[in-house]
Design a protein around this ligand. Structure first.
Ligand code: CTP
Ligand code: MG
Length: 259
């Protein structure tokens, strides 16, 4: 293919506007156990957040990465990004903002600082440090192809039961068993037409702990959300065993790219 054959809209930063990634990284990581905020903990010697930033910046489409830092840790995160500058592509711009009490609030604070020329937004959990670039690109390409909201997802391994939750330790009654083949476990980065996501964050109220999934907010506006294939390496580091798995994945990769 010659340069003339490439549609102008396919060039990163062309008429389709720039693509930015917002990385909510402001959570404490309660389920991982005591220690530093989850995103700042190391995986094979490198902070989880740096792995996640690098995963977004690896996409040629991504011009800007906005990190939403723990509310008291924005300075520390800025210093961390500077320290790892050598490991991040030069073409990518970085911004750091302090986060909020819920993921939904943190994402909103990240969206608030996006420059006007950003048309496609990814929202990516710092807690999914190992998502491969091909997954990132396929989400972006689906948005650029016209989908207002795109989520990467995988079929489930486990059968899922709906229960009546009990907190007193007694057995929980089963209410229903959704058909597994119809279910998907959703990952990030989730990709959006910027206007659609901004509208969702301005209109969907934060109930309880807020939305844990931006696409769910877009669904509530009645806009279509589509799924593209996720990747097993895009799993979320949530509990201690996930750290073991993440370090094993990194050890397997290290032989290839030395990071
Ligand atoms: N997050 C955030 N702001 C919050 C809460 C969560 O930016 N107030 C981010 C986390 O940093 C994480 C992502 O949202 O990258 C997904 O959340 P989760 O995996 O639940 O992380 P934590 O909330 O940190 O973990 P836990 O729920 O175990 O405390
Ligand atoms: Mg959480």
């Amino acid at each position: 293919m010659t340069v003339e054959d490439i549609p102008a809209s396919a060039s990163p930063g062309g008429p389709a506007g720039r693509t930015a990634a917002v990385i909510p990284a402001a959570g404490r990581g309660i389920r991982l156990g005591p220690g530093a905020p989850k995103a700042l903990r190391a995986l094979n010697g490198t902070p989880m957040l740096i792995h996640a930033v690098r995963a977004m910046a690896a996409s040629r489409y991504v011009a800007l990465v906005v990190v939403v830092a723990p509310s008291d840790g924005a300075g520390e995160v800025k210093a961390m990004l500077d320290a790892y500058e050598h490991a991040l592509p030069e073409r990518t711009e970085f911004l750091v903002v302090p986060g909020g009490d819920t993921r939904q609030e943190s994402v909103k604070l990240g969206l608030d600082v996006l420059p006007d020329d950003v048309r496609v937004v990814l929202v990516h959990d710092a807690a999914r440090p190992l998502v491969p670039v091909d997954t990132v690109d396929s989400v972006i390409e689906a948005v650029r192809g016209g989908a207002p909201a795109v989520v990467p997802a995988l079929p489930l391994a486990d059968t899922v039961k709906q229960v009546e939750p009990r907190t007193d330790g007694t057995p929980e009654p089963v209410v229903a068993t959704p058909e597994r083949a119809l279910l998907r476990a959703v990952q990030t980065p989730q990709g959006f037409d910027r206007a659609v996501l901004t509208h969702a964050h301005e209109t969907v109220p934060a109930a309880g702990e807020g939305a844990t999934d931006c696409a769910g907010m877009v669904e509530r506006l009645g806009k279509p959300v589509v799924v593209v294939p996720g990747h097993e390496e895009a799993f979320k580091v949530t509990r201690p065993l996930d750290l073991v798995l993440a370090e094993a994945v990194l050890a397997r990769r290290r032989a290839n790219d030395g990071f």
